[in-house]
Design a protein around this ligand. Structure first.
Ligand code: C5P
Length: 316
């Protein structure tokens, strides 16, 4: 019996660094959105107590550092059943080290898939708790869709009950030879911006409330046009990574994008267009410039949910 889980990429529609927390993480206010650019994980139970991972991308470490393996080990240890084993195959489509939460989404898919495969019956709430232990973005990857994410990224709020994402098309680009380390990006942010960091909980809450009620949230609810997107890490990463500045310029110049920004700690970049057709037209217009600069590109739609088991209806 093999079980398949799908792990979507995310983009940040907003990433605001509010301050530094006592645990060393940054206090964030974000809006995240799942994309239909998806990794596939296949799980087969084994009777030998081994957890093994194979991947179609040899450059991806498949040992104990991989978030899929970490997720499997955590789930197994919390189940108290050390004899559980699984062979996991990963088909990778989400670019690695890109700011698209590919690794976190794969880990979240492992939690969901193995909970089912091993018949553990952990609740979604319990899985969200495990996810938060494994990585700041991982709870979001379990829930997915359009979400406000606070704290270090693990405190999730829906934008509005039953909200479905707009039918925008996303033109996503990334230079395959460039990747950005998330700890490095946050470290640089601290060096460059710590003087502007907030420190009081009431100031954090005021910023959260501005995001909940502000123009981006309204646009996502279909109540107005998109404002400029804010990603505080973009200003930190762009001066250091040439392809980010160039890619942003290219994306701004093709078609009539609703907005253009970097995702997460980069270096992937995206342009939002009114629909997939407009995103495809912008991609076609940019084809030779993207190729000359060495970028890979994708056209994606927005998904209403995060990781799912194949055959299961996504829960919005
Ligand atoms: O939680 P995760 O392991 O995904 O975070 C990776 C790194 O990113 C952290 O070690 C930290 O350097 C940085 N980070 C941060 N503040 C956050 C999330 C991540 O400083 N809210």
């Amino acid at each position: 019996m093999t079980l398949t889980a799908l792990a979507p990429a995310k983009i940040n529609l907003h990433l605001e660094v509010l301050g530094l927390r006592s645990d060393g993480y940054h206090e964030l206010a974000m809006v995240m959105q799942s994309l239909d650019l998806v990794d596939t994980l296949r799980f087969t139970p084994t009777a030998d107590g081994q957890i093994s991972l194979s991947c179609d991308r040899p450059e991806l470490p498949s040992g104990a550092d991989n978030l899929i393996v970490k997720a499997a080990q955590l789930l197994r240890s919390r189940s108290g059943l050390p004899e559980l084993g699984a062979a996991i195959e990963l088909e990778k489509r989400i670019p690695i080290g890109a700011g698209l939460a590919g690794g976190s989404s794969d880990g979240a898919a492992a939690l969901l898939g193995l909970n089912q495969l091993w018949g553990l019956g952990f609740s979604q709430e319990a899985l969200l708790g495990f996810a938060a232990e494994l990585g700041s973005d991982m709870p979001y990857c379990l829930e997915g869709g359009t979400r406000l994410c606070f704290g270090r990224g693990e405190r999730l709020e829906p934008l509005a009950p039953g909200q479905v994402p707009p039918s925008w098309g996303v033109l996503l680009i990334k230079h395959p030879a460039v990747s950005v380390s998330t700890p490095w990006a946050y470290g640089r942010c601290r060096e460059m911006r710590a003087d502007f960091y907030l420190s009081r909980e009431e100031d954090f809450e005021q910023r959260r409330q501005s995001l909940r009620l502000g123009p981006l949230s309204q646009a996502l609810r279909g109540e107005g046009s998109l404002p400029l997107l804010r990603n505080d890490l973009q200003a930190v990463v762009a001066p250091e990574v040439e392809s980010v500045t160039l890619g942003l310029q290219l994306l701004r110049g093709a078609g009539h994008p609703l907005a253009v920004a970097m995702s997460g700690s980069g270096p992937s970049l995206f342009a939002l267009h009114r629909d997939l057709e407009a995103a495809g037209a912008a991609r076609a217009e940019l084809a030779s410039a993207l190729q000359a600069a060495g970028f890979e590109s994708w056209c994606c739609g927005l998904l209403p949910a995060g990781v799912t088991l194949e055959g299961a209806a996504p829960s919005a």
